[in-house]
Write a protein that binds this ligand. Structure first.
Ligand SMILES: C[S@@+](CC[C@H](N)C(=O)[O-])C[C@H]1O[C@@H](n2cnc3c(N)ncnc32)[C@H](O)[C@@H]1O
Length: 254
């Protein structure tokens, strides 16, 4: 277990408006393409009950609900859910939002046909076992044969550039420095943003467990998933090890 990062970094980070800027969420055009990709790669049907686990401010959820799919979004962050609700209100699309922890999903067994976990929302726990339990929870709330779409960072790509350091100017005009490093022992990428003129003053931190395909495959098998496809892009390009993201599509066995 990594000791130099606070256990609940992600709870604080995603309650802060800074996370909206520092997470580099894909914009509208890319999100539209991602939603089209989800529909195709998961062969979504209008009957599917879809859970967006760690839905954030709802950029996928709102678009899918707007197209008539039946959506439930879950996130731990009140701030993110408030933004998601505002987007839903704006477009008049129905979807249910729940505040909760992916470690202990507040849904009955077999509630959903599809579970989504998108854009680097997996691997936040400093305990590897807890990250695996998130997979187990997603398996539990899926019906037998239900599909999972996990979009996570590809370890092989991410570690090519680590460690690195780059200046960041926020929309409020604050000059920060982002320092990222990868720990081969814990297999975690830690990002710290500090004030440019006071490098010891850390204002935000994040720490994500990175997975390579072999390890993810093993974990998926162990948690009761059968692989349907592995992609490097939402356009359906096969994952070749060098893509930034690892998109894993699986079906719950049994
Ligand atoms: C990088 S954002 C991605 C949001 C969204 N999936 C997207 O693609 O825009 C990660 C989100 O996961 C949520 N999250 C992370 N771990 C969680 C957990 N254990 N339970 C509930 N939400 C969690 C955070 O609050 C945050 O909103």
């Amino acid at each position: 277990m990594q000791k130099d990062v606070s256990e609940d970094w992600w709870r604080r980070f995603f309650e802060s408006t800074a996370s909206l800027e520092l997470s580099f969420f894909p914009g509208d055009e890319e999100t539209d393409l991602q939603v089209t990709g989800l529909q195709q790669l998961l062969s979504l049907t209008p009957e599917d009950r879809i859970a967006d686990i760690c839905c954030g401010y709802g950029r996928h959820l709102v678009r899918l609900a707007g197209q008539g799919y039946c959506l439930t979004g879950l996130d731990a962050s009140e701030m993110m859910l408030d933004f998601a609700q505002a987007l839903l209100d704006d477009c008049g699309a129905p979807a249910s939002l729940t505040r909760g922890d992916a470690l202990n999903l507040p849904f009955a067994d077999g509630s959903f046909d599809v579970a989504l976990n998108l854009f680097n929302s997996f691997g936040y726990f400093l305990d590897d076992g807890a990250n695996v339990r998130v997979l187990q929870e997603m398996a539990r709330v899926l019906k037998p044969g239900g599909r999972l779409f996990l979009d996570t960072r590809n370890r092989q790509f991410q570690i090519l550039y680590a460690p690195y350091c780059q200046p960041v100017t926020t929309m409020d005009g604050d000059d920060l420095v982002l320092r990222c490093r990868y720990d081969r022992g814990t297999r975690r990428m830690t990002s710290r943003w500090s004030l440019a003129d006071d490098p010891d003053r850390i204002v935000h931190e994040a720490c994500i467990r990175l997975y390579g395909l072999d390890e993810l495959r093993r974990l998926m098998r162990e948690t009761g998933f059968e692989e349907l496809g592995v992609y490097g892009t939402y356009g359906g390009d096969s994952f070749d090890g060098h893509h930034r993201q690892l998109l894993y599509v699986a079906r719950k066995t049994g």
